[in-house]
Design a protein around this ligand. Structure first.
Ligand SMILES: Cc1ncc(COP(=O)(O)O)c(C=O)c1O
Length: 376
């Protein structure tokens, strides 16, 4: 049997929407992007959204727009995809890592205060695998020390916790529509923000800092644009937006389907020797983006390869950032500094999780994993 690691959920009607856009005049940023921004903001229950080309771009632009730059420090987690820390570097600042909670893998907010220095400008929590960090606690610290908060919500479109929605307790949150995300346009991203002022700045900084985009220049008589600050080239296109808009309606339905997949995994795998799972805390509704399990670190890679030999697509989310040569070399980081992130990073395997998975495929993955574990 073959079980792909991921299969997207783009349907025939999504392709029709894309076709309509391709037959129209504007395939770059225009009406379809505006529609996406309105509908995604409505879904998230946030005031404003800005469409960009990736979550990495979103994090970079948000940090910069909030005044984070050269000489500043941003507190974040080592248990994340490299994009989180790279976006801090793109903004010219330095990432300062603190360890994660051993049971969830999310940043341990109790360690944040000790990492704050005169240079700290922002906190960048990551909602790992789709579970919201304790945003009430993090925003309390941020208020106390007058820090900005930017959420890495790449995994977390559907996340809630104790009545808090993603994007609600921060200055900005960045979302990813990368190929394997729950909502996807192949590549793509969005930033949610609380103020019109930030929305305007980000709408300009995503297109070089220009005061007008191509579509708005075209609406009336030709108008010249100005550039009041130097921005980047991160604007979402109508092509990406056309694919995303119809998917917004299916977010909740697809979450329910992934929950069924998740529950089958747990029913089949809970209690199995040599296997553990990250915890979903009471009061949290995870976006259920990645299903991960923990295996004995010394056998982890062998387990991944055996699963692949059985036709099962796998991944390992994540190798902690301080394992990466560049970060080790340039930021004086080494193994041993963040034991909880290391424990998770050394033992984690990621199994397929998406709505199109059939029950027999999920059961095959579980049976294969159990067989592999028994033979260790
Ligand atoms: C936690 C996390 N942050 C950021 C990103 C970057 O997203 P993008 O590829 O849209 O830049 C990813 C991508 O997978 C991610 O997993």
């Amino acid at each position: 049997m073959k079980v792909d690691f991921f299969r997207h959920n783009i349907t025939a009607s999504d392709r029709k929407a894309l076709d309509r856009t391709l037959r129209g005049l504007f395939i770059t940023t225009g009406g379809e992007v505006n529609r996406f921004e309105e509908r995604f903001a409505q879904y998230l229950k946030v005031p404003y959204v800005v469409g960009v080309t990736s979550a990495t771009a979103g994090l970079h632009l948000a940090l910069e727009a909030l005044g984070v730059g050269r000489g500043d420090e941003v507190i974040t987690t080592p248990m994340t995809f490299i994009a989180t820390a790279n976006a801090i570097l793109h903004a010219g600042a330095t990432p300062k890592f603190v360890d994660v909670e051993p049971d969830t893998g999310n940043i341990d907010h109790r360690l944040i205060e000790a990492a704050i220095t005169k240079k700290t400008k922002a906190i960048l929590p990551v909602h790992l695998y789709g579970q919201l960090c304790d945003m009430r606690a993090i925003s309390k610290i941020a208020r106390k020390y007058k820090l900005k908060v930017v959420e890495d919500a790449a995994h977390a479109v559907e996340a809630r916790r104790d009545g808090v929605c993603v994007g609600q307790f921060s200055d900005a949150a960045a979302f990813s529509f990368y190929a394997t995300k729950n909502l996807t346009s192949g590549e793509g991203g969005a930033i949610s923000v609380q103020t019109k002022k930030l929305k305007t700045i980000l709408s300009q900084s995503r297109t070089h800092g220009l005061t007008k985009d191509a579509a708005s220049k075209y609406q009336k008589k030709y108008q010249h644009h100005d550039m009041k600050f130097c921005g980047w080239k991160y604007n979402m296109s109508n092509i990406q937006a056309a694919l995303l808009v119809p998917q917004i309606k299916r977010i909740e339905k697809n979450l329910k389907i992934r929950k069924k997949v998740w529950d089958i995994y747990l029913a089949e795998l809970e209690g199995v020797e040599n296997l553990g799972f990250p915890k979903i805390v009471p009061g949290a509704r995870s976006a259920l983006h990645l299903f991960t399990a923990w295996v004995p670190p010394r056998h982890r890679d062998k387990i991944l390869w055996r699963l692949e030999e059985k036709g099962i697509g796998v991944s390992a989310n994540f190798r902690p950032i301080h394992y990466m040569t560049y970060y080790k070399k340039n930021f004086n980081l080494k193994k041993g500094m963040f034991p909880n992130a290391e424990q998770i990073g050394d033992s984690v395997i990621t199994l397929p999780l998406y709505p199109a998975l059939k029950e027999r495929q999920i059961k095959y993955v579980c049976k294969s994993l159990k067989e592999i574990l028994e033979l260790l």
